[in-house]
Design a binder for this molecule. Structure first.
Ligand code: ZN
Ligand code: ZN
Length: 261
C-alpha cells in the first residue's frame, strides 16, 4: 500500500481564491504541499475571483488557474465579461482552462436563460481559444449535453460529477473527462460510486472543490486541497485498485487535460 508521502497528487479543482480561503491561504497551500499535493488548479467563479486566482498562480509554482463565470453568477454576465475573460487568458500562461461554467437547476440562483447564455458564450470561447472547459452541472445534464453536443469544445471535464453513469456515459464516449469530489465518500453516494466503477481510469480526475464538500473523515469542516487523498482513496477502493495506481492515472490525466507541463 502506497503511503501519502510517495504520492504526487493534483487537486484538479479548488477555490483557493474564494473569500473563505483568503485569511489563511498560505497555510492552506503549505499544508497541501506537505501532504503530497504537488499541483493545484485554482478555479474562478467570478471575474474578481478569477483575477485573484491568476495573481496567486503567478507567484506560486504549485498553482495554476482557470477563468470563468459560474452559473450562479450568470445574471451578471454580459459581453464585457466575455472580453474580460479573453484578456485574462491572454495575460498569463498560468491560465489553463475556461471555468467553471455550466448550468445549475438545483439552486437556480440565476434565471435559466441567463445561465444558458453565459454557458454557451463561454463554451464557444473555450472552443475559439482551443482550451479545455471545466463544467459545473447540477440537475441539468440534458441541457448541458445539448449545448456541448452543439458547440463540440475540444475538451471538457464534468467536475464534481454526481450523475448516474447512464446520464454521463455519452460525455465519456466523446472522450471527455469526469472529476470526482468528497461527495463520493458519503455513505449515500452509491450512484456516484457506480459511475466511478464504470468510468475508465484514463478519463477521470480527482478534486476537492475546496472550501466546499469536505470528504469523510473531514465532512462538515472547511475543505482544503490537502484532503484530496481521501477522494483518491475512495476511487481506489471503489475500483478495487491501489491508491498509487489512482494517483498516477489521475495526475497524468490532469497534467494532460490542463497542459500542466
Ligand atoms: Zn461547481
Ligand atoms: Zn467548484
Amino acid at each position: 500500500m502506497a503511503t501519502v508521502q510517495t504520492l504526487a497528487m493534483i487537486d484538479s479543482h479548488c477555490h483557493l481564491a474564494a473569500e473563505e480561503m483568503l485569511s489563511d491561504q498560505d497555510a492552506v497551500i503549505a499544508r497541501a504541499v506537505a501532504a503530497g499535493v504537488e499541483r493545484m488548479v485554482c478555479i474562478g467563479d467570478t471575474i474578481e475571483e478569477s483575477e485573484r486566482g491568476l495573481r496567486l498562480a503567478e507567484k506560486n509554482d504549485h498553482i495554476f488557474c482557470t477563468v470563468g463565470v459560474h452559473p450562479h453568477q450568470s445574471k451578471h454576465f454580459d459581453l464585457s465579461t466575455l472580453s474580460r475573460i479573453k484578456s485574462l487568458v491572454s495575460s498569463s500562461k498560468k491560465v489553463k482552462a475556461i471555468g467553471e461554467i455550466g448550468l445549475d437547476y438545483h439552486y437556480d440562483f440565476s434565471p435559466r436563460e441567463a445561465q444558458t447564455a453565459a454557458f454557451r458564450a463561454q463554451l464557444a470561447l473555450a472552443k475559439e481559444l482551443n482550451m479545455p472547459a471545466v463544467i459545473h452541472c447540477r440537475e441539468a445534464v440534458e441541457d448541458v449535453w445539448a449545448i456541448v453536443d452543439e458547440i463540440k469544445p475540444p475538451n471538457l471535464v464534468i467536475h464534481c460529477c454526481t450523475e448516474k453513469w447512464s446520464d454521463v456515459e455519452r460525455f465519456v464516449k466523446k472522450g471527455y473527462l469526469l472529476s470526482f469530489t468528497g461527495i463520493a465518500t458519503y455513505p449515500k453516494s452509491e450512484d456516484i460510486r457506480d459511475t466511478i466503477k464504470h468510468c475508465p481510469l484514463e478519463q477521470m480526475m480527482v478534486e476537492t472543490d475546496a472550501p466546499y464538500l469536505a470528504p469523510v473523515p473531514h465532512r462538515g469542516k472547511r475543505n482544503e486541497p490537502a484532503f484530496v487523498v481521501h477522494v483518491a482513496m475512495c476511487v481506489a477502493e471503489t475500483k478495487g485498485i491501489s491508491l498509487q495506481e489512482v494517483d498516477e492515472a489521475t495526475s497524468r490525466n490532469a497534467v494532460e487535460f490542463f497542459s500542466l507541463r
